[in-house]
Write a protein that binds this ligand. Structure first.
Ligand code: 5GP
Length: 204
């Protein structure tokens, strides 16, 4: 290309080559997984990070696709090898984001989507200052309770415990860059798409 037609170097510098880390987080039952699945179907060029967990597969979940289902022993080994970007215990099971997958993809310019709990998001904020943290809010506590009841997998005692923890987790919203209220799935996915598009054009 003719030298005069090239964009100035300062403009090129603004065009980021490294991938971005998008973190979708919020209390259990607020619909993060449904939103993330819908977002990934939108072909926005996001790679989903598959977490490692010690919990048992549920329903139609597949190993390596939904999670890497593993033993506590193997999880601890990976933890000792510093194999996780973040990890947390959620309702008695351990979950972790594989570090190598995320860092390799970010380096090669690929954007990554994480669907993790609130404590995991706080760890990501410390390790990756430029990660984009998005908090998913339920429209109300009553709505969250109904969603947890609708799962039919939890006992009354578990639902009460999840609501108690959810209330505490909602207080972490100030740590995030954006929030999305998950009232209607379509509208919430659209908001996520806008946040992602705008973040991709952010200069600093
Ligand atoms: P579930 O067992 O229902 O799939 O997930 C339980 C919770 O663990 C959800 O809030 C989910 O977002 C979170 N979670 C899933 N993978 C990870 C992970 O790798 N790290 C952390 N910190 N939380 C995770």
């Amino acid at each position: 290309m003719n030298k005069e037609n090239r964009l100035p170097v300062s403009v090129k510098d603004v065009m980021r080559k490294k991938g971005r880390l998008f973190v979708v987080s919020g209390p259990s039952g607020c619909g993060k997984t449904t939103l993330c699945d819908a977002l990934l179907r939108q072909r926005m060029g996001l790679a989903r990070s598959v977490s490692v967990t010690t919990r048992q597969p549920r329903g139609k979940e597949k190993n390596k696709k939904d999670y890497f289902f593993t033993s506590m022993r193997a999880f601890k080994k990976m933890l000792a090898r510093q194999g996780f970007l973040e990890h947390a215990e959620v309702f008695g099971n351990y979950y972790g984001t594989p570090k190598q997958f995320v860092e390799k993809n970010l380096k090669s310019g690929r954007d990554i989507l994480l669907n993790i709990d609130v404590r995991g998001a706080a760890q990501i904020r410390r390790a990756h200052k430029d990660a984009v943290l998005i908090f998913i809010l339920p429209p109300s506590m009553a709505d969250l309770r109904n969603r947890l009841l609708g799962r039919l997998t939890d006992t009354d005692q578990q639902i009460r415990q999840r609501l108690f923890i959810a209330k505490k987790e909602l207080e972490a919203v100030g740590l995030y860059d954006y929030y999305v209220v998950n009232n209607k799935i379509g509208a919430a996915v659209n908001e996520l798409k806008h946040i992602i598009s705008a973040s991709r054009r952010k200069i600093s």
